[in-house]
Design a protein around this ligand. Structure first.
Ligand SMILES: Cc1cc2nc3c(=O)[nH]c(=O)nc-3n(C[C@H](O)[C@H](O)[C@H](O)COP(=O)(O)O)c2cc1C
Length: 232
């Protein structure tokens, strides 16, 4: 199993340990990126990715190792500590760079057979919204199945997390890992992804953005092909 972890911070605290432990339980090749250490650019709002091509983004080359690792993975793990009730700015800055990959634009076909996990920790609250910040992109990228795990660790470092909580986390990660392994190679996108796909398909048929429409036509998605099926 190929696993790509994107850490929403550059240090190894509670969120890192939980994400990494899950990847170890899954087994296989692990590639990981730390933000902003491995990518710290902000979207400049030039719209080149939407209007010209994804490689017209001024940060395209810098982003490429992460993009390739995302595309190559069976399982994506996105994690972020809760910062003021949301994902870190570094995580948001990365996700902003993939707007062009959303279902309404030019989604990557391989997403429709991947699983993803969004993980967050907080001292007390905000895990739901933080996971939502990341899960929104997973849905709109077309990822077939996304799990979420948020936990209030009542601490500001992994050393500060008590043993009882660590045991509870470990148990939850075992269950999560078992579910992911069970579904590996068998996932199909749920109704929400399919609904958004068909809404987008209608937009492409109306040629709302010629670049996107050309992509959809080339894939055959405006006809009978579907990204979650074996197409002729
Ligand atoms: C800038 C900043 C903002 C934070 N905001 C929140 C918050 O809104 N709610 C909360 O419960 N904890 C908050 N925390 C605490 C962290 O979310 C918490 O300690 C988390 O487990 C840290 O994860 P880490 O060890 O992976 O860095 C914040 C911490 C920082 C540094």
């Amino acid at each position: 199993m190929k696993i790509t972890i994107i850490h929403g911070q550059s240090h190894k605290g509670s969120t890192y340990h939980i994400a990494h432990s899950l990847a170890e339980k899954l087994g296989g090749d692990i590639r990981e990126f730390f933000l902003p250490r491995d990518f710290g650019e902000f979207c400049m709002g030039c719209n080149s990715c939407f209007r010209v091509a994804e490689n017209a983004c001024p940060h395209y080359e810098k982003l490429l190792p992460i993009t390739e690792a995302i595309d190559d993975a069976d399982v994506l793990i996105l994690e972020s500590p809760v910062y003021v009730l949301h994902a870190t700015g570094a995580m948001k800055a990365l996700l902003d760079h993939y707007g062009w990959r959303w279902l309404i634009h030019r989604p990557e076909e391989r997403m429709f057979s991947k699983q993803a996990v969004c993980i967050s920790t907080a001292a007390g609250a905000g895990m739901k919204r933080t996971n939502q910040d990341m899960a929104d992109s997973m849905l709109w990228w077309g990822v077939a199945k996304t799990y979420r795990y948020g936990i209030a660790v009542s601490a500001t470092s992994w050393d500060g997390v008590n043993e009882k909580k660590k045991k509870k986390i470990d148990q939850r990660l075992n269950t999560l890992a078992a579910a992911i392994i069970r579904h590996q190679g068998k996932v199909k996108p749920g109704w929400k992804t399919r609904l958004y796909f068909y809404v987008s398909r209608m937009m492409q048929k109306n040629n709302m953005n010629p670049l996107d429409a050309a992509y959809w036509n080339a894939k055959g998605w405006t006809k009978k092909n579907r990204p979650w099926k074996k197409n002729p």
